[in-house]
Write a protein that binds this ligand. Structure first.
Ligand code: DGL
Length: 276
């Protein structure tokens, strides 16, 4: 592998700013790597869209990242990992990995009661991608899927604790209390911000599967295997691209990744250049 390819950046994408939780995991596990993040804030939410549309958006973003010269791509979005990853793996010549297998692996490792709840968008739960990934690791594990469509707008409104947040968590997850679930997979980029309120509402000794960190560790192994780790000792660079910039998204970006630079670039996803 040439030194140029080793020092190329890693591309990370999501339907919005939530995937910055995964970028945080990559920073921690791969501190020497340059990162390019794309958040499709103009077209979020993806979690209520069809697999075909999510795949097409993902494909366009992967091409954009390829043109930026990335050496590997992380699909930080659970909905896209569930709907589009198999197609993207076939179409791209770069290493690409998603967060679903990582979340499934961590959950299967930590559960003691062998009962796991997977929380995600409607598209992710409907796809049963987490079910398949967990069953592939251990077919004896019992999996309960719960779509929680209000969780994304809640986080985007900054409602991550207090009575309103607790009520909504109770609405979606209250019935899990009788199910001996000891592990939950936060199968959506936004949900790590609700981990505390979910723990509070469900009580007990709940394990939370951390897809972001596990995905970063999987990527590290993959880069090592393919001799693609960045040998540079210089400080890593990070670039952020979004398809829309609004004060609300910028606020959430700062909440997830304090210190994120102000100079994020806007990319016009309607332009021919982006789509081609
Ligand atoms: N990023 C999406 C996910 O992880 C959640 C937001 C959306 O619906 O687009 O599933």
């Amino acid at each position: 592998m040439s030194p140029k390819e080793r020092s190329a950046p890693i591309g990370v994408f999501d339907s919005g700013v939530g995937g910055l939780t995964v970028l945080g995991g990559l920073r921690a596990v791969l501190p020497g790597e340059d990162l390019i993040y794309f958040g499709d804030t103009a077209r979020i939410p993806w979690g209520i869209k069809s697999p075909q549309v999510v795949t097409q958006f993902s494909r366009e973003i992967c091409r954009f990242l390829e043109r930026k010269g990335v050496k590997a791509i992380v699909v930080a979005c659970n909905t896209a990992s569930a709907a589009a990853l198999p197609v993207l793996e076939q179409e791209l010549s770069l290493p690409i990995l998603g967060v679903v297998r990582a979340g499934a692996r961590h959950a299967a490792q930590v559960t003691r009661t062998r009962r796991i709840a997977v929380l995600g968008t409607e598209a992710t739960i409907r796809s049963r991608a987490y079910h398949r990934a967990i069953e592939a690791i251990d077919p004896g594990l019992r999996i309960l899927g719960r779509a929680c469509p209000l969780f994304v707008p809640m986080v985007e409104e900054g409602i991550v604790d207090g009575p309103l947040a607790e009520g909504i968590v109770e609405h979606y997850l209250g019935d899990l209390r009788g199910e001996e679930v000891d592990t939950i997979v936060l199968g959506c980029t936004h949900y790590p911000l609700l981990a505390d309120v979910i723990r509070k509402v469900l009580g007990g000794d709940l394990q939370v599967a951390d897809a972001a960190r596990t995905a970063a560790m999987e990527l590290k192994d993959l880069l090592e295997e393919q001799d693609l780790l960045n040998p540079s000792l210089g400080p890593p660079s990070e670039q952020f691209f979004f398809s829309d910039r609004t004060p609300a998204f910028q606020r959430l970006a700062r909440l997830i990744l304090p210190g994120i630079p102000e100079d994020m670039e806007r990319v016009d996803v309607e332009s021919e250049d982006f789509r081609s």
